[in-house]
Design a protein around this ligand. Structure first.
Ligand SMILES: NC(=O)c1ccc[n+]([C@@H]2O[C@H](COP(=O)([O-])OP(=O)(O)OC[C@H]3O[C@@H](n4cnc5c(N)ncnc54)[C@H](O)[C@@H]3O)[C@@H](O)[C@H]2O)c1
Length: 248
């Protein structure tokens, strides 16, 4: 059994940094030819016209599309400005919608294809100061479930990964602060944050034929965070060393 994407063509949005860059590396390591759609190369997923042109620029079948581009925004519920709300929804939700819609339009006539969305534990979880972000990521799961129903008959699969706290430029502030990590990672049964490669491995699996009977699934890649309602770690059982909890 091998995770083989030889001769497959893939698109990864937000593929120039963090989780997206690791997804690009993982898909390429499995043999895929990967196109990166990122602000860094002039492609804004919230701009429908630009995105459509980018898809049109790829000849032949598109086998895998990963809608991963996103931004993190932080603000209290009352303080959230209309501009912040609009920008968060435009990129994280409308951008994902644009990507899925254009991917689906290509894949339906092909009668094959696999789409993977980067959602979040914040698609489910309440967390203060993140109302716009959390709403955008909850919405991504709405796209997931509906698209799975519509695309299944065409043998096009769509799934999501829901990462917890992953070490990327987006989360540098948290990872640079041992006090934040110690507290946050009390709630991670595995006692640590995730690496972008660990999310990319899950995306590569969902993109591949090894996941041939999986569609409409949202796969948590969170070190167990959402299973840990009351927290897992405390100073009696463990000690915090640099960036993780370890058993005493
Ligand atoms: N890092 C985490 O802890 C974490 C957790 C859960 C979900 N996520 C999600 O993972 C995805 C990637 O996040 P990351 O941590 O790798 O962030 P990152 O900032 O390292 O990378 C995001 C990439 O998306 C690109 N991008 C931003 N806006 C864009 C736009 N309008 N059009 C095209 N590209 C755009 C950026 O240029 C960048 O290359 C996001 O959707 C984020 O919400 C991240």
């Amino acid at each position: 059994m091998r995770l083989d994407l030889t001769n497959r063509t893939a698109v990864v949005t937000g593929g120039s940094s963090g989780i997206g860059a690791s997804i690009v590396s993982a898909l390429e390591a499995c043999g895929a030819k990967v196109h990166i759609f990122d602000l860094a190369n002039g492609i804004d997923v919230s701009n429908r016209e630009t995105l459509e042109k980018a898809f049109d620029g790829i000849p032949g079948d598109i086998d895998v599309v990963v809608a991963n581009a996103g931004i993190g925004t932080t603000s209290g519920l009352v303080e959230t400005s209309k501009e912040l709300w609009d920008r968060t929804i435009a990129i994280n939700l409308t951008g994902a919608y644009n990507t899925v819609q254009l991917a689906a339009a290509r894949m339906k006539p092909q009668r094959k294809g696999s789409i993977v969305l980067t959602a979040s534990t914040n698609s489910y979880d309440g967390e203060p100061m993140l109302s716009a972000y959390n709403a955008s990521k909850a919405g991504v799961l709405g796209i997931l479930h509906t698209a799975a129903c519509e695309l299944g008959p065409y043998q096009v699969r769509i799934n999501a990964v829901c990462p917890g706290l992953i070490r990327t430029p987006l989360t540098k502030g948290s990872f640079d602060s041992p006090e934040i990590l110690k507290d946050y990672f009390r709630h991670m049964p595995l006692g640590r944050g995730g690496e972008p490669e660990e999310v990319a491995n899950a995306v590569a699996f969902l993109a591949s034929d090894l996941a041939s009977y999986i569609t409409g699934a949202a796969l948590l890649v969170d070190g167990g965070q959402l299973s840990s309602k009351f927290g897992t770690w405390n100073d009696d059982i463990g000690e915090f060393r640099k960036d993780r909890w370890v058993l005493r």
